[in-house]
Ligand binder design. Structure first.
Ligand SMILES: NC(=O)c1ccc[n+]([C@@H]2O[C@H](COP(=O)([O-])OP(=O)(O)OC[C@H]3O[C@@H](n4cnc5c(N)ncnc54)[C@H](O)[C@@H]3O)[C@@H](O)[C@H]2O)c1
Length: 341
């Protein structure tokens, strides 16, 4: 059973490729390496013993995308991770984000229709909920106006998918991720942000390893128990496993609607200080951080109602916060040791 994983050398994609291979799927990766490295393919092989087929090209290029699908007409499903994801950069370069994230999706859909490939799993995000009126936030919560062009690409993508499904045989599962963190237990793959990390956990581990001087905690005057913002952190391997469940659900024809949406979170909210404390505990290190002003565009608190995904997918996130921060730290140390050799 051949599955195309776009963005498969990236953070979530690489962990998903491992889980797919371990469940017996044949995986084909397409990635243009705009935010990842070719060496990830070797690391995947070290973990699973199987080298996934890898092609490097830009999915925003329609000719290359359709030529690829003509050669791989036997693909049974597509898991579409490839996208730009830096919120701040999307504010500065909105057209880059709209072009990359939306044109890639449309090219893939064109090729899927042309080659009768029907199953698509799409990487969406909890950013579509903005600051929800009710917590935990369920899949039925209203979509709020996006805070950034990046967030808007996820909302527009979900709309493009719903419209395309009405006029074709394609079916889609949109997975709305909360905050993926952590790394594979082997420490052979993990999150590798190019440049200054936007997300909390890579910033923590890079500060602890000495790459960054100090972590800034954006705001301690939120309406939360310790004043810092709350998120639902989910281990990337738990997240990856949900993709295997989703793609299997489609292939086995178990979808109840041609467009389904699932939250992928643990259902638990942790504050920034909770994450820092967890990191300090598992690493035995004191972290150099300071409280600074709030950052524009950050929501105060959000965590998932995961009842629907737990019941309907039969999937549940199993890893606790300490396991997440410990695996992220193990990965940071292993990666820095490798590159300094
Ligand atoms: N990491 C998060 O916190 C998070 C949260 C919610 C949603 N998401 C979404 O999940 C998906 C995967 O995120 P990630 O954290 O693994 O990001 P990532 O940057 O590590 O992986 C994305 C991969 O896609 C590739 N890519 C980008 N544009 C491409 C193009 N036009 N053609 C071919 N390859 C292209 C990049 O080189 C990269 O390897 C993205 O769609 C992202 O928006 C991520």
């Amino acid at each position: 059973m051949k599955i195309l994983v776009t963005g498969g050398t990236g953070y979530i994609g690489s962990h998903t490729v491992v889980e797919l291979q371990q469940q017996g799927f044949e995986v084909v990766i397409v990635d243009n390496l705009s935010n990842s490295q070719a060496g990830v393919v070797d690391s995947i092989k070290k973990i699973t013993g199987i080298r996934p087929h890898f092609e490097q090209f830009d999915l925003a290029n329609s000719d290359k995308t359709s030529e690829f699908f003509r050669r791989h007409y036997d693909i049974k499903g597509v898991i579409h991770f490839a996208a730009f994801k830096a919120v701040g950069e999307s504010v500065e370069k909105p057209l880059l984000y709209y072009r990359n994230n939306l044109v890639s999706l449309m090219n893939i859909l064109d090729s899927m229709i042309a080659n009768n490939v029907q199953n698509l799993v799409f990487s969406s995000s909890c950013t579509v909920y903005g600051q929800p009126d009710e917590l935990p936030v369920s899949e039925n919560a209203p979509i709020k106006k996006a805070e950034s062009p990046y967030g808007n690409t996820k909302q527009i993508s979900e709309e493009i998918l719903q419209d395309t499904i009405r006029s074709s045989k394609i079916q889609t599962i949109a997975l709305r991720y909360f905050n993926p963190i952590g790394a594979h237990e082997t420490a052979l793959i993990g999150e590798l942000p190019l440049g200054i990390p936007n997300n909390l956990v890579p910033f923590i581990t890079q500060t602890a390893i000495g790459l960054r001087q100090q972590l800034s905690v954006f705001g301690d005057n939120y309406n939360t128990p310790d004043g810092t913002a709350i998120r639902d952190y989910i281990h990337v391997v738990d997240l990856a496993k949900a993709h295997v469940v989703a793609v299997t659900r489609m292939i086995e024809d178990k979808m109840k609607e041609p467009f389904e949406v699932f939250n992928l979170g643990t259902g638990n909210g942790y504050s920034v200080l909770d994450v820092i404390k967890s990191f300090e505990k598992v690493s035995g290190q004191k972290l150099n951080y300071k409280i600074v002003d709030r950052r524009a565009g950050d929501v105060e608190k959000v965590w998932a109602d995961s009842t629907f995904s737990n019941e309907e997918l039969g999937w549940k996130a199993s890893k606790e916060l300490d396991e997440m921060t410990a695996s992220a730290w193990k990965w940071e140390k292993a990666y820095r040791a490798k590159v300094s050799q």
